[in-house]
Write a protein that binds this ligand. Structure first.
Ligand code: BEZ
Length: 211
């Protein structure tokens, strides 16, 4: 298993899921992707997480992002648990959950951290760009449910900065001012960012978020 780093191509795989077999790269197509693992089916924190992701379905779709979950349980287990999630979280899980019983995908993405747990996956999140490259990796322990507002916020930042010479400052959220990339000369800012800019220090220039 190679160490995965930002900028690497997300490893491709074929796997069984709650929505049939998928080939990951084919399934992604031209979309961005979120691949996230959870420790096990029929567990309380995971139940709330998957319910939350289902409720955010429109948010992911409007950002051209496909979402896929993973645990080391099988398809039958996933199907029964999805019914529970739909019932208890008042939603409809409409994304696939990978049934990684042989740990093939978990190993490929280093989702099992033996010093945390020998067999169950930790809560990993991979955000993958439309170029199939890994844009973000976050790892949470089993006891901490993820904040999916943060995942959406990062997607907004990644998509905004992917094609513009911008970065986003601490606690940035959609609509806030952005930071102009250090590679841009101050005299070139007006042409690149016509909404205006502020020079707070020569190395710290901000501009309103472009439309
Ligand atoms: C949970 O999803 O609730 C959970 C799973 C494994 C360990 C602790 C909590």
């Amino acid at each position: 298993m190679a160490v995965l780093r930002l900028g690497d191509v997300a490893p491709d795989f074929t796997a069984q899921t709650s929505q049939g077999e998928i080939n990951f790269h084919e399934w992604l197509g031209d979309s961005w992707g979120v691949l996230f693992s959870h420790p096990a089916d029929y567990t309380p924190v995971c139940t709330t997480e998957l319910g939350t992701v289902a409720k955010y379905s429109d948010e992911f779709t409007k950002r051209n992002v496909k979402v896929v979950a993973l645990s080391v349980d099988g398809v039958d287990s996933h199907m029964g648990w999805i019914a529970d999630i739909n019932e208890t979280q008042d939603t409809e899980v409409n994304f696939p959950i990978i049934a990684d019983e042989d740990r093939k995908v978990s190993d490929l993405y280093d989702m099992i951290h033996p010093n945390a747990d020998n067999t169950l996956t930790v809560r990993s999140v991979f955000i993958i760009g439309s170029d199939k490259k890994i844009k973000l990796i976050i790892v949470y322990p089993a006891s901490t449910g993820r904040n999916f507002d943060e995942i959406i916020r990062v997607i907004d930042s990644l998509q905004l900065t992917a094609y513009r010479k911008l970065a986003t400052p601490a606690n940035w959220k959609h609509g806030d001012d952005c930071v102009v990339s250090p590679a841009v000369k101050t005299e070139d800012i007006p042409e690149l960012f016509p909404k205006g800019h502020k020079v707070i220090k020569p190395y710290l220039r901000t501009t309103p978020m472009p439309d």
